[in-house]
Design a protein around this ligand. Structure first.
Ligand SMILES: Nc1ncnc2c1ncn2[C@@H]1O[C@H](COP(=O)(O)OP(=O)(O)O)[C@@H](O)[C@H]1O
Ligand SMILES: [Mg+2]
Length: 403
C-alpha cells in the first residue's frame, strides 16, 4: 500500500441478521484529504466507520488505517485515529477539562503532552470559554466541539467523524463545520453526513453510499456533472389573452415547449396560481432561456416566471440514492446466493457480538434494540432460500450465545 493512503476499505460487507448493511464497499482516502461520506439514513455510513475504528468486524472484506490492519493491529489503528461517534459518549457531570483529561489518560498521554495538547485543542475547537463548565450545561453545539476535542487530544493524523452536525441548529452547524475545516488543514478526515451543503462547504471529494453500496466517488464537480442536465421553470398566465385570441391551454403550451430544439423533457408542475407551470430540461451546456422567451412572445402569452437551474448536488444525490427508504423501514436486502458462499464463517459473528457489546458501553445512547427489531422484521422476507438457511444458522447461534 502506498504510504500516502491513510484509509483503505477493501470489499467490506456487513450483515446484521438478515439486514445487509454493507455490500462490498471499497475506497481509499489519501493523506490530507477531507472526504464527505454521504448517504441517507440507513445507507451504511456508521457501520463503515465502526469497522474502520475497530468497534465491529466486517462479515467479509478488510480495511487498513494508517497502514495498519483493523483485524491484526487494532491498537495501532486506534492510536492513529480520532473518532467522534454519531452519539458522542460524553460524561455530563464532568467539566470539559476533566473530561478531556480523562480521555487523555485513557489514551496514555503523560502530563506534559496532555498540557501541550490541551492548549491546541482549546484553540482548534474554541473551548476556552467553557473549560470549567459541566458538559451537561453546554449547548449541543458546544458538546459536539467537546466531542471533537476528545477526538483530537492525542493528535491523531486521521479523524473519523460520524454526523458531527446532526441535531445542531444552523448556526451551530456552521460553527462546527468551520472547526472541522480548520482541523482538516493538516489531517485526513472522513466526515459522514446527509447534509450536502456541509460537504460542499468542507470537502473537495465525496463518497456517496446508498443501500450499503458506493454509488459515486470523486471530486464534487464530477459528481455534480454525473446527470449533466439543467432545468428550467416556466410559468405562463392561463387567463390572459391578446384581443381576439383565446387564453393558452396547458396542452398547447406543452406541445410548443416540446418543439424547442434541445428540450430533453417537458413536464407539467402543479401550481396554486392561475397559470400553466412547466419544467423543461436540457443538456448541461445548453441555455434555452432565449428560445423559451421568443416562443412565449410569438404566441402572445404572458410570461410570469422563467428560471434556469443548474443541476444541484442535491438532485444528483436524490437520483443516486433513491429507494433507500426501503432499507430504512428495515426490510431485508435482496438475497445474493453467490455472496453468501463468500461470507465468513460463524466465528466472526461471535466477534461481532462481542464488539457490539463493547460499543454499547462506550457509545451511550446507541439504539441497538431498535436495530435488532428491524433486522427481525426482515426475517419475514422470503426471497432467497440459501440466504434463509444461512441466516437461520446465524440466528440459532446468536440465540445459543444469549442463553
Ligand atoms: N447493530 C445493528 N444491528 C442490526 N442492524 C443494524 C445494526 N447497525 C446497523 N444496522 C442496520 O444496518 C443498516 C445501516 O446502518 P448504519 O450504518 O447505521 O446507516 P447510516 O449510518 O448510514 O444511517 C441499517 O439498515 C441499520 O438498521
Ligand atoms: Mg449513522
Amino acid at each position: 500500500m502506498s504510504t500516502d493512503v491513510m484509509i483503505e476499505a477493501s470489499g467490506l460487507s456487513k450483515k446484521f441478521g438478515r439486514v445487509r448493511a454493507l455490500d462490498k464497499i471499497s475506497f481509499k482516502v489519501k493523506k490530507g484529504e477531507v472526504v464527505g461520506f454521504l448517504g441517507p439514513n440507513g445507507a451504511g455510513k456508521s457501520t463503515t466507520m465502526r469497522i474502520l475504528t475497530c468497534f465491529i468486524s466486517p462479515t467479509v472484506g478488510s480495511a487498513k488505517v494508517h497502514g495498519y490492519d483493523v483485524f491484526d493491529d487494532p491498537l495501532d489503528v486506534r492510536k492513529s485515529i480520532g473518532y467522534l461517534p454519531q452519539r458522542a459518549p460524553l460524561y455530563t457531570d464532568m467539566s470539559v477539562e476533566e473530561y478531556l483529561r480523562f480521555t487523555a489518560q485513557v489514551r496514555h498521554l503523560d502530563e506534559a503532552r496532555y498540557k501541550k495538547q490541551l492548549g491546541k485543542v482549546i484553540e482548534i475547537c474554541g473551548l476556552a470559554q467553557v473549560l470549567t463548565k459541566d458538559i451537561g450545561t453546554l449547548s449541543h453545539g458546544y458538546r459536539q466541539r467537546v466531542g471533537l476535542g476528545q477526538a483530537l487530544i492525542h493528535d491523531p493524523p486521521i479523524l473519523i467523524l460520524d454526523e458531527p452536525t446532526a441535531d445542531l441548529d444552523p448556526n451551530e452547524k456552521a460553527e462546527v463545520i468551520r472547526y472541522i475545516k480548520e482541523i482538516g488543514k493538516d489531517r485526513t478526515v472522513l466526515l459522514s453526513t446527509h447534509n450536502l451543503a456541509e460537504v460542499e462547504e468542507a470537502c473537495a471529494r465525496a463518497i456517496i453510499v446508498s443501500k450499503g453500496r458506493i454509488v459515486a466517488d470523486g471530486p464534487l464537480d464530477e459528481i455534480r456533472a454525473k446527470t449533466g442536465s439543467v432545468r428550467y421553470i416556466v410559468t405562463i398566465d392561463e387567463r390572459h389573452a391578446e384581443a381576439g385570441q383565446k387564453p393558452p391551454t396547458a396542452t398547447a403550451v406543452q406541445e410548443a415547449f416540446q418543439r424547442i430544439d434541445g428540450a430533453k423533457t417537458v413536464r407539467e408542475l402543479p401550481t396554486d396560481e392561475n397559470a400553466h407551470k412547466f419544467e423543461l430540461s436540457s443538456a448541461e451546456d445548453a441555455d434555452l432561456r432565449a428560445e423559451i422567451f421568443r416562443l412565449v412572445v410569438s404566441n402572445s402569452w404572458t410570461l410570469l416566471e422563467l428560471e434556469r437551474k443548474a443541476q444541484s448536488l442535491d438532485a444528483v444525490f436524490r437520483d443516486l440514492t433513491r429507494g433507500d427508504e426501503r432499507l430504512d423501514r428495515g426490510e431485508a436486502w435482496e438475497g445474493d446466493a453467490a455472496d453468501e458462499a463468500a461470507d465468513r464463517d460463524d466465528d466472526d459473528d461471535e466477534d461481532d457480538d462481542d464488539s457490539d457489546e463493547d460499543e454499547r458501553d462506550s457509545d451511550a445512547g446507541e439504539d441497538d434494540k431498535s436495530r435488532s427489531q428491524k433486522s427481525k422484521a426482515g426475517d419475514d422476507d422470503d426471497n432467497d432460500d440459501d440466504d434463509d438457511d444461512d441466516d437461520d444458522d446465524d440466528d440459532r447461534k446468536a440465540n445459543k450465545e444469549k442463553r
